[in-house]
Ligand binder design. Structure first.
Ligand code: HEM
Length: 283
């Protein structure tokens, strides 16, 4: 460990949770993996290293939990997300089946109806809090790009993925290394170490995405890691997509324009990224 790239940054300080992106960049620029001395965990945040970790459960195990503290890991001990194959493969089949397009089809009409009712109420109300009345993770960018989306609904699918890329509603989970792992540049993560696998950082990696800080619905690459990858890739992404599409579709014909009416307030959380208040109005 003596020669390992290290950092004493406070990864979970409020200021870091408020805007983690400069910090991620520093860590990415330091090495493919960096030891965070305050929390005694490793951090991996380059697109290629995160992708490699997510695709290799034999080396990066989920079986010791994927959270960042022992309480969460104990609480989730038997959850799908915290087991490795072969237990995982069997359990996952149940989820895949229940959340398959065939099973989601009948739910679609209900989601559409509720999205329409919600859109009508919003328009009547005029002023609203986008978190309470809309969605927890709708980025401010979408409000800015709204005009473009509402006039060309074929962009909805791209916008949905660009939201998940740029804000990564789940920022960080972790794995435990089952052996010494050479991650390149002479850096070796020791066996038994907990490693933060940062979707949020990978999705902003300038080694992979052009101008990653820019919200761009026309982005060429849509291979973001916001839903994870490999055997634990999000089992609910079909449902998430269905809901997001319904919300956009319901709003497009009714809402010309959104305006922020106050300072958005972040909900600070070690894992997720979202707002607690996003005051807005439909002028
Ligand atoms: C925009 C919304 C969502 C995002 C960004 C998201 C993100 C993720 C990510 C990054 C993982 C990977 C975990 C890992 O690498 O260990 C994951 C797993 C998972 N997600 Fe989602 N998720 C979303 C919505 C949903 C919804 C709506 C459901 C339920 C219907 C869901 C159910 C799951 C399940 C069950 C897993 C565990 C899969 C496994 O371990 O095999 N997710 N999600």
């Amino acid at each position: 460990m003596a020669n390992a790239p290290q950092s004493d940054i406070d990864f979970f300080a409020d200021s870091a949770l408020e805007n983690p992106y400069p910090l991620y960049r520093t860590l990415r620029d330091t090495a493919p993996a960096v030891y965070l001395t305050r929390y005694q965990v490793w951090f991996t945040g380059r697109y290629d290293s995160v992708r490699a970790a997510l695709g290799n459960w034999q080396t990066y195990s989920s079986a010791h939990g994927i959270g960042l503290n022992p309480i969460i890991n104990a609480a989730w001990a038997n959850a799908l997300i915290c087991v490795d194959p072969p237990v995982h493969s069997e359990l996952r089949k149940l989820f895949t089946e229940r959340l398959s397009p065939r099973h989601l089809k009948p739910v679609e009409a209900t989601i559409d109806r509720r999205a329409n009712e919600l859109a009508e109420r919003l328009v009547e109300r005029g002023r609203f809090d986008a978190v309470t009345h809309l969605a927890h993770d709708l980025p401010v960018n979408v409000i800015e790009e709204w005009e473009r989306l509402r006039t060309d609904t074929s962009l909805i699918e791209r916008a949905f993925h660009e939201i998940v890329r740029i804000e990564s509603p789940i920022q960080n989970f972790s794995r435990v290394a089952t052996k010494d792992v050479d991650v390149g540049d002479g850096v070796v993560i020791p066996r038994g170490a907990r490693v933060i696998v940062s979707y949020g950082s990978a999705n902003r990696d300038e080694r992979h995405f052009d101008e990653p800080e820019r919200f761009d619905v026309m982005r060429r690459r849509i291979d973001h890691l916001g839903f994870g990858l490999g055997n634990h890739a999000c089992a609910g992404q079909g449902l998430a997509r269905l809901e997001a599409h319904a919300v956009f579709r319901a709003r497009a014909p009714r809402v010309r324009h959104f305006e922020l009416t106050g300072e958005p307030i972040r909900a600070l959380n070690n894992i997720t990224r979202g707002f607690s208040h996003l005051p807005a109005r439909i002028p």
